[in-house]
Ligand binder design. Sequence first.
Ligand code: 6PG
Length: 259
Amino acid sequence: MAIVREIRISETDRIVAGEVAEFIVKSIERQAPGPFRVALSGGATPKQLYERLISPDYAARVQWSRVEFYFGDERCVPPDHPESNFHLADQGLFRPLGIHPKQMFRIAGEDPHPDQAASHYEEVLRERFLASAPLWPRFDLILLGLGQDGHTASLFPGAPALREQARAVVNSESPRGVVHRVTFTAPLINHAHRIVITVTGKEKAPAVHAVLEDETADANQYPAKLIQPIDGQCLWYLDRAAASRLTTTTRTAESMRGL
Ligand code: 6PG
């Protein structure tokens, strides 16, 4: 029976980063030989995770040459732009670990046509995973964050992308920051073997409650509600501040299962 959802709560964001790093390293260690394919998330939260992964506690435990790095979404900016999710990973993870360019599969944020960048990236995924439609590429691990408005990847409230059931990668628009985006769709994310959603900070607590507990809130308002793996693991790593609006029931039941 696949574990559908676990919530793991730690005292601080720093501890959360260590817990997520440990889960990633263990997942790679336990995977049979062959490529381990992971999709990275964007925003600021991954910074602490990357710092842990490149530290001696973790870096030496992984045969990084086995890992292929993809992106769950990207801002439509050049790869050296400070807002680029690739740029964040390149500076914080790839260069420190000496990851070879052939292991990096970035979304072409510099493409002036985001819909073409999305279609091209989908082709790359289907080719690498040998998964032509109607099959779905199945990532070993997809890392996600959560916005204060309940978005994840670049699936924003009310966006047409929320209803996409056929395409794996589409273009979308953000109400804040860099407008034009390219994003994984919910069905692609839900076909992953492991999904890890990392959320820290008090400002995220209302969205965490809405997504995990509020049955009256819907996925159109809180797109992260769409993340329901078909047969994989979905783990929420929260610090105490982000979990502060969760009921004791959810906290106890779910986090006990996570221990
Ligand atoms: C992006 C991310 C996005 C992010 C959340 C949380 O490109 O911005 O993929 O989904 O994970 O917005 O962002 P923070 O980690 O900065 O809070």
